[in-house]
Design a protein around this ligand. Structure first.
Ligand code: MIG
Length: 725
């Protein structure tokens, strides 16, 4: 081993190993055939930093929080902490198979791993990371489906007192085996590309998620409005129908900020066109909706209809902007518009060309863009996607096989979209939603978990799916509320809305041909429950917004599994149906029909029943009452919850003028709040305020104090309310 540039290099029998540091607790192991450090994928935005390392006499490298010992022959590594306890140990490194096997050591649980239909803890399972349009192959999502819409080859191993993250920076199809095939082995392998991975070590999960976010980035602070309720369906087919839904929402006193136009708003499914039969007054309708308080989000898929005279196709073909066959001919697949060509978003100039098409839509008043089918989906092939040997070209003209681009195709499309939106409307925070994503996609778009079904099982599984996405650096996520495929019913909608109200991205969406599931279609009782929880969501908007801000700053998840804050409590390692929103609010949804009570685990400490104010001691299981109109919620003692006054429920684009800070006493509490206009990018120039609320036990009971830390935007009037059980 010797020092090489910022890092170290070791020559082995089959090649080289580069060891690079990104801070004290992030080390990268990159294998290569020659002395060049392999190129990172688009996921990584961090640069290695020089670090004070020390090569001991026995060849062991001591740097940051690590000791690294490399086998000179095989280049297998053994990583220990500075006290010598082993953190990770390779059993096999294969250049040929692009595979590494590690000894299963101290992990009690494996988490993260992007979008998976699985339980929270994935130890003992095996999975494949390859973006897929799931419903092309399967009737519905189920646990045996490994290839979901979104692949994030990153996982976390943890036990009380420590945690590591492993990010395999490889965009090919990858396979992870978390001690399934062999209980002694955790392995990862790719179909091509480089053996290049990052090992992130920390005392807790938060350190690891922050480290991963340092490598791959965080979400930009969203418009506050986007944290409201969204109503969608495949499809609101014409302007009358769209307006009727908007009126229905208002008539039934339902707060809602966004409506969606799915593929039928286009002319013959041609992207960047509007169907004039259904939407003859497109602009006027969007104007009218805006006045009613709704923004409209439209779908834009990658597939471009192959049709003579259609400008998007003609231009793309002429400029050579589409993915080709190895022969150089434009690759032709099939999506909604039937024959379709696929833009090669790998190139900057293609992304810019594509981005310009958004201008007209935005000028018409469109408020957000929904990128779907970007795995990318292709109906002509058994695989449901482009062939591995389809050809992309990078900026320098190098040909890159689809096999390498596949998993980042969605990321590249959303990158094109976001960069265009930001260039066209620099004063406004843009909104992009995607189905397919990769590590790093959180920088460009929110994500929904694709085509679930109206099944209780899918409501249930959406919880661990979303929590694991959060641990994978993806905070701004949600699942279709009510379920996409199949028929929802009133009870399910009530329960799913309760859950959705506490998930970052909150949208009711359903498939063409399925039963309608707008809030008012079932019964007066269901409507009332749905309204109650949508309104509750709007009360929590400031709380959500602040969590989003925190996530934008450091990558910490918004919705967190219990173990995120109670890592020393092994009881939390398998809790799939409860989660924490921020640190202090525990959400316990009901995910089965006919339930009137449910078990809740309260970790150590005191908890308040949100509804009754009753104080309960933790460290035990309790039975919560959960009739249909009740979502059990608990607040940890010491929490300060800023809640919007309910009078502000209607329109999120108005400034927040009044808040009540609910202080749950018992232990000292602290809360930092951030305020800005919620809409523009002026906060980047300093137009924001920050304050802190401190709650302390004094001789005469609880003492609270508010300190303004920065005054750059009007601060709402804040009332304090002390809860003391
Ligand atoms: O194959 O655009 O996941 O949300 O409504 C269906 C129609 C294509 C899949 C998306 C879904 C959307 C639907 N799309």
């Amino acid at each position: 081993m010797k020092q090489d540039g910022l890092g170290y290099i070791v020559r082995g029998k089959n090649g080289f190993l580069h060891i690079l540091f990104y801070n004290d607790n992030i080390v990268r192991f990159a294998y290569s055939k020659d002395e060049e450090v392999p190129k990172s994928t688009v996921a990584v935005i961090a640069e290695p930093t020089g670090i004070d390392g020390f090569l001991e006499d026995d060849g062991v490298l001591k740097a940051g929080v690590f000791k690294v010992d490399v086998d000179r022959d095989s280049l297998a590594v053994k990583i220990s902490d500075l006290y010598g306890s082993i953190l990770s140990e390779d059993l096999m490194v294969s250049f040929q198979k692009t595979k590494i096997e590690k000894k299963k050591l101290w992990e009690h649980g494996i988490y993260g791993n992007g979008e998976k239909y699985s339980w929270l803890n994935q130890l003992g399972s095996k999975t494949i990371n390859y973006n897929s349009d799931v419903l092309l192959h399967h009737k519905f999502h189920h646990p045996a489906v490994q290839e979901m819409h979104t692949a994030i080859p990153f996982f976390i191993g943890t036990c009380p007192g420590k945690a590591y993250g492993l990010f395999f920076d490889n965009s090919y199809r990858t396979t992870f085996d978390f001690a399934k095939s062999d209980p002694e082995i955790i392995s990862f392998q790719a179909d091509g590309g480089n053996l290049d991975y990052y090992f992130i070590y920390g005392l807790d999960l938060a350190d690891v998620v922050k480290g991963y976010s340092l490598l791959t980035g965080t979400l930009p602070l969203p418009r506050r409005q986007i944290l409201g309720y969204h109503q969608s369906r495949y499809s609101y087919q014409n302007q009358e129908e769209l307006l009727a839904v908007a009126e229905g929402l208002r008539k039934h006193d339902l707060p809602c900020d966004f409506l969606y136009l799915d593929i039928h708003y286009m002319d013959a499914y041609k992207v960047f066109t509007v169907n004039k039969d259904g939407f003859k007054d497109f602009k006027e309708v969007l104007q009218k909706l805006k006045k009613m308080g709704f923004g409209v989000v439209v779908i834009i898929n990658p597939g471009v209809k192959v049709e003579e005279g259609y400008r998007v196709f003609e231009q793309g073909k002429e400029k050579g902007y589409f993915v080709t066959k190895p022969s150089g001919e434009v690759y032709q697949g099939e999506v909604w518009p039937k024959p379709a060509a696929f833009p090669d978003y790998l190139r900057t100039e293609v992304r810019q060309w594509w981005g310009e098409f958004y201008r007209e839509l935005l000028e018409s008043g469109v408020e957000g863009i929904w990128n779907d089918m970007n795995e990318p989906s292709d109906f002509t092939r058994g695989s449901g996607t482009l062939p591995d040997d389809a050809v992309h070209r990078s900026d320098d003209g190098t040909e890159v096989p689809h096999a390498e681009v596949h998993n980042i195709y969605g990321l590249l499309q959303t990158r094109a979209t976001r960069e265009a939106l930001e260039a066209i409307q620099p004063e406004k925070r843009s909104f992009v939603l995607t189905r397919a994503a990769f590590a790093g996609s959180q920088r460009y778009s929110a994500l929904w978990t694709g085509d679930n079904s109206s099944l209780w099982e899918h409501m249930e599984c959406s919880i661990p799916m979303i929590l694991n996405l959060g641990l994978s650096g993806y905070s701004f996520v949600g699942a279709d509320v009510g379920g996409f495929r199949g028929d929802c019913n009133g009870e399910m909608l009530a329960r799913w809305t309760q859950l959705g109200a506490f998930i970052p991205f909150f949208r009711n969406h359903s498939e063409i041909g399925s039963a309608r599931q707008e809030p008012w279609v079932f019964s007066a009782e269901v409507l009332e429950i749905v309204r109650k929880y949508i309104c509750l969501r709007y009360q929590f908007l400031t709380y959500f917004y602040n969590l989003m801000k925190e996530s934008a700053n450091s990558g910490v998840p918004v919705a967190r599994p219990l173990l995120y804050h109670y890592q020393d409590d092994l009881n939390t390692y398998h809790i799939n149906d409860q989660f924490l929103l921020g640190e202090g609010l525990m959400v316990c949804p009901v995910v089965r029909p006919g339930i009137k009570n449910r078990m809740v685990y309260l970790p150590d400490g005191d908890w308040y029943d949100y509804w009754t104010g009753e104080k309960l001691s933790g460290g035990r299981y309790v039975i919560a009452e959960a009739p249909l109109d009740k979502l059990p919620l608990y607040v940890k003692a010491g929490t300060i919850l800023p809640l919007n006054d309910s009078g502000l429920n209607k329109k999120t684009d108005e400034p927040i003028r009044k808040l009540t800070a609910h202080c749950y006493s018992g232990t000292d509490g602290y809360c930092r709040l951030y305020f800005d206009d919620g809409f523009s990018t002026k906060y980047r120039q300093g137009e924001y305020s920050e304050l802190e609320i401190i709650m302390k036990k004094g001789l005469q009971g609880m003492r609270t104090e508010i300190n303004v830390l920065r005054d750059g935007y009007p601060i709402p009037e804040i009332k304090l309310k002390i809860h003391d059980g």
